[in-house]
Design a protein around this ligand. Structure first.
Ligand SMILES: NC(=O)c1ccc[n+]([C@@H]2O[C@H](COP(=O)([O-])OP(=O)(O)OC[C@H]3O[C@@H](n4cnc5c(N)ncnc54)[C@H](OP(=O)(O)O)[C@@H]3O)[C@@H](O)[C@H]2O)c1
Length: 181
C-alpha cells in the first residue's frame, strides 16, 4: 500500500533550511551514501513526489540553472500560487488544488510505490492536517541555526519506530499517530 513519507534533513534545533534558505549546514556534513536511511534505498521505492514552490525553486537555482538535469524520473507535483516555469523533459505538475485531490492523483501515479513529500514543513503539515501523512524520516545534522524554516510546524503525536546513525547524522523514523491536543 502506498505510504506518504516526509523524508528530510533537519538541524538539531528543528529547521530544514536557515532563514536565508541556505542548506550549507547540511551539504558540508559527512555522510555514508550506503549507510542508515540513505537516499538511494529510499528513492528506489518512491513512485511520486510532492513539494512546495520554495523547495522547487531551490533545486532549480542550485542545480537546473547550472546545467544539471531535474533529479527525479517520478511524476512530481509542485504546490504554488504562481505561474512557475517547468523544466524540459521533466514530469512536473504545478498545482494549487487541495491536498486531498493531489494526494489521490499521486497515489494513482505511484502505482503501489510510496509518495515522497520533500518539503517544506508547512506543506507536510497540510498533509498531516488532512490525515494523509503516514511517516516522518529525519536525518538530524549536528548543527543549530537559531531560526529558519521549521521541520514540521504542527502539534502532532508521533511514534518513534527506528533510530540509527549515519556518520554525522542521527537518523530517526516516526509513524504519525495523529494530532496532539
Ligand atoms: N533540509 C532539507 O532536506 C530540505 C528539504 C526540503 C526543503 N528544504 C528547504 O526548506 C525551505 C522550505 O521553504 P518553505 O517553508 O517556504 O516551503 P515550500 O513548501 O517549499 O514552499 C512554500 C510555498 O509553496 C507554495 N504552497 C504551499 N502550500 C500551498 C498550497 N496549499 N497551495 C498552493 N501553493 C502552496 C507557496 O508558494 P507560492 O509562493 O507560489 O504561493 C508557498 O509559499 C526551502 O529553502 C527548501 O529549499 C530543505
Amino acid at each position: 500500500m502506498t505510504k506518504t513519507t516526509y523524508y528530510t534533513a533537519s538541524t538539531l534545533d528543528g529547521f530544514i533550511a536557515d532563514e536565508h534558505h541556505s542548506l550549507d549546514w547540511l551539504l558540508k556534513q559527512d555522510i555514508d551514501k550506503d549507510g542508515a536511511m540513505n537516499y538511494d534505498a529510499f528513492i528506489a521505492n518512491v513512485g511520486a513526489i510532492v513539494m512546495g514552490a520554495s523547495t522547487y525553486e531551490w533545486i532549480v537555482r542550485h542545480h537546473v540553472d547550472k546545467g544539471e538535469a531535474w533529479f527525479y524520473s517520478q511524476p512530481s507535483w509542485v504546490f504554488t500560487h504562481r505561474d512557475l516555469k517547468g523544466i524540459d523533459g521533466a514530469d512536473i505538475r504545478f498545482t494549487q488544488a487541495d491536498v486531498e485531490s493531489v494526494h489521490a492523483e499521486a497515489v494513482e501515479a505511484a502505482r503501489g510505490k510510496d509518495i515522497w513529500l520533500v518539503g517544506g514543513g508547512d506543506l507536510a503539515g497540510q498533509f498531516a492536517d488532512a490525515g494523509l501523512l503516514d511517516e516522518v524520516m529525519v536525518s538530524y545534522a549536528p548543527v543549530t541555526v537559531g531560526a529558519g524554516f521549521p521541520l514540521l510546524p504542527r502539534r502532532l503525536d508521533l511514534r518513534l519506530r527506528e533510530t540509527g546513525r549515519n556518520r554525522a547524522f542521527v537518523t530517526a523514523v516516526y509513524d504519525v499517530v495523529g494530532r496532539l491536543p
